[in-house]
Design a protein around this ligand. Structure first.
Ligand code: CO
Length: 133
């Protein structure tokens, strides 16, 4: 069920500025992409085996604003794992008592694929995103 680590997300005040040092280290860095449905702007640094997703608040009710209020210099916000079948993964997790955030239905994420977020209390304090492969 559990596949590759798709990305590690780092919440920051300025995603383009945050990604610059990764460019210096030779990573391919994407353009900034606004995702109004998720309340963030994303920039990806592509590494050989995974990606780093910089997320910056977008709009007044960004879900990462509170995190940035607490972590003014930015910080690791979530990890994203790939799953072969997001509905099957969700249903298996719910059956085990894990909590799915939001209305429980996948949204389209930064890669145009369905994603869901899972409660940090069920994952050792880490916010987990799952993405359909
Ligand atoms: Co993500």
């Amino acid at each position: 069920m559990l596949g590759r680590l798709n990305h590690v997300a780092i919440a920051v005040k300025d995603a383009v500025a945050a990604a610059r040092i990764y460019k210096t280290m030779g990573a391919d860095v994407s353009d900034a992409v606004p995702l109004p449905e998720h309340g963030v702007i994303t920039v990806f640094a592509v590494l050989p085996n995974t990606k780093i997703e910089f997320i910056q608040p977008l709009g007044d009710n960004s879900p990462i604003q509170k995190f940035l209020d607490k972590n003014a210099d930015g910080g690791i916000h979530h990890v994203c794992y790939e799953v072969a079948d997001i509905i099957a993964a969700r249903d298996a997790l719910i059956k085990e008592g894990a909590r799915v955030l939001g209305d429980g239905n996948p949204k389209i994420g930064a890669h145009g694929k369905p994603v869901l977020f899972l409660h940090p209390k069920d994952f050792s304090g880490a916010l987990v995103e799952i993405e359909q492969e």
